[in-house]
Design a protein around this ligand. Structure first.
Ligand SMILES: *Cc1c(COP(=O)(O)O)cnc(C)c1O
Length: 495
């Protein structure tokens, strides 16, 4: 059955998947949502016998219904290849009574690679399908990991350019080095004086500027988004939850149909929303555990029904989750409002006006699948040390937030359901925070000394992504104020 996509903010004509991928964000500022979440049409047993690529096809074909089998399989084959350092693409490690689904084996060692290695192919295919002649300009705000993963995906892809804005003082040294050493004449990386929300707001503003869009079109350009709001990122993220379940079943760790919990370290709410979609496809998932760092706006929302971004923005050791406006939550809000675009639009207007909205009891009831909690900086560091000491397994700071929240959840509920924790980054990406958590003595070492020390400690080879930047020259040093972002874009495109 065909799946069409509506905006969360108006009841206009629905569009096809390829069109939603091309547009990224709807003209009215809304996000595209499928008119229904399709049910898996293969049994769990059948899925258990499949490779990552095969599972990805079985999931994606149900959402991206205007892609041919050949087109989709082609995109999948180009995305999930030797760029990943393991054939299984997303391996699982058992530690501390949970399964860590390692989503960081791609080219930039964070889970963003799972979607951003396929997005360029989905986008180019979508452009071809819709007879688009314009050059596609990817505009992205990043809290650290999206930027590099998008740059790696789009660098030197013909017919595309990519511009990445990141908060100059809001990413880890390794994240910054990864981005500013990016090669490719079609790439631009800019540090903004502000935080991630400023960058994201600036990008949204540029996207919704109709006059600029018209001018761009006249010059042969059009924007698209690689941010996690793009349907072309959301759908590939559903795949690994289905794959994880299939692996657990294949390995005899769960029985067919047995429910599992999923814990996701959350920022923009994209990754956990994908897990929610997987559940709605029929994957046996019980609780979706939403883990926040000290920017605990989602925890407060799940506890009270009030979403309030009016608070201090905290810089934490899990910078990719330092977010006060979780964009993808809008898709859930729309849904629990009964797919009511008007109601959602009012709540989002309140968010942008007063920085706050309140949902009613009926909507609150729609959140029953979710459990929210958060981990302090201290709790995050403590769990890294604990899991290392107990199991010799080293996790990154984001994954640690999830592990700490899972510990709280278990203490609170005594729930014994088998649980998968989304492991969203390699510890090598956040080496200093990880090593400091294990022992304060490491603080005097340089970043790359720490990398080598971590490699010894965890008995894991230093990933290629890190080796590459040891000596790479800085190719991007542009900075700007957040109100100057549009000018930077104009300059790069020669407008
Ligand atoms: C992006 C990111 C997250 C947050 O994911 P969302 O989909 O934005 O909720 C968590 N951990 C890491 C390492 C990330 O890069």
């Amino acid at each position: 059955m065909e799946v069409l996509y509506y905006s969360t903010r108006s009841n206009g004509q629905p569009i096809k998947a390829s069109q939603a991928i091309l547009k990224g964000l709807s003209d009215d500022g809304g996000l595209f949502v499928p008119d229904h979440v399709p049910a898996l049409d293969k049994s769990l047993k059948e899925l258990a016998g499949m490779s990552y690529q095969q599972v990805a096809y079985e999931v994606m074909k149900l959402f991206l219904t205007d892609f041919t089998e050949e087109e989709l399989k082609n995109c999948i084959a180009k995305a999930y290849d030797e760029k990943f350092d393991t054939d299984v693409i997303a391996p699982m490690a058992e530690a501390e009574g949970a399964y860590f689904l390692e989503l960081f084996h791609g080219p930039t060692i964070a889970f963003k690679d799972m979607a951003l290695s396929i997005l360029p192919h989905l986008l180019i295919t979508s452009a071809r399908k819709n007879q688009i002649k314009n050059e596609i300009v990817i505009l992205t705000a990043t809290s650290g990991d999206t930027g590099k993963a998008a740059l790696a995906g789009f660098a030197n892809v013909e017919g595309t350019r990519i511009i990445v804005f990141y908060p100059k003082n809001g990413v880890s040294p390794i994240q910054e080095k990864q981005m500013v050493t990016q090669k490719g004449a079609n790439t631009l990386v800019v540090g903004i004086h502000g935080n991630f929300d400023d960058a994201q707001t600036g990008v949204k503003k540029i996207f919704s500027d109709k006059a600029l869009a018209k001018e761009m079109d006249e010059k042969g350009f059009q924007f698209s988004s690689a941010n996690s709001i793009n349907v072309g990122r959301l759908v590939p993220q559903v795949c690994y939850y289905v794959y994880a379940y299939a692996r657990l079943l294949a390995e005899g760790r769960i029985a067919e149909g047995e429910k599992i919990n999923i814990v996701v370290p959350t920022g923009n709410f994209g990754n956990i929303l994908a897990a929610f979609y997987a559940k709605n496809m029929g994957l046996p998932i019980d609780k979706l555990i939403c883990a926040s760092n000290e920017n605990k706006v989602l925890f407060d929302f799940f506890s009270t029904g009030v979403y309030d971004r009016n608070r201090e923005f905290m810089l934490t050791s899990s910078p990719s989750m330092d977010i006060l406006i979780s964009s993808n939550l809008e898709r859930l809000i729309y849904r629990i409002a009964g797919n009511d675009a008007k109601k959602n639009q009012e709540l989002m207007a309140a968010l942008s006006g007063q920085g706050k909205y309140v949902i009613d009891d009926a909507m609150k009831a729609g959140l029953a699948d979710f459990y929210g909690n958060y981990a302090s900086e201290q709790e995050t560091a403590a769990i890294i040390k604990k899991i290392y000491e107990d199991c010799g397994y080293v996790i990154d700071t984001h994954t640690a937030v999830a592990a700490a929240v899972y510990e709280k959840y278990q203490a609170e509920t005594k729930d014994q359901t088998k649980t998968v924790i989304a492991s969203t980054a390699s510890p090598f990406k956040f080496t200093r925070s990880v090593m400091n958590a294990i022992d304060a003595k490491y603080d005097s070492m340089t970043d790359f000394e720490l990398v080598d020390e971590l490699s010894k400690l965890a008995n894991v080879k230093v990933p290629n992504a890190i080796e590459e930047i040891r000596t790479a020259p800085v190719l991007h040093d542009k900075q700007c104020d957040s109100d100057q972002m549009q000018n930077v874009v104009r300059e790069f495109l020669g407008l």
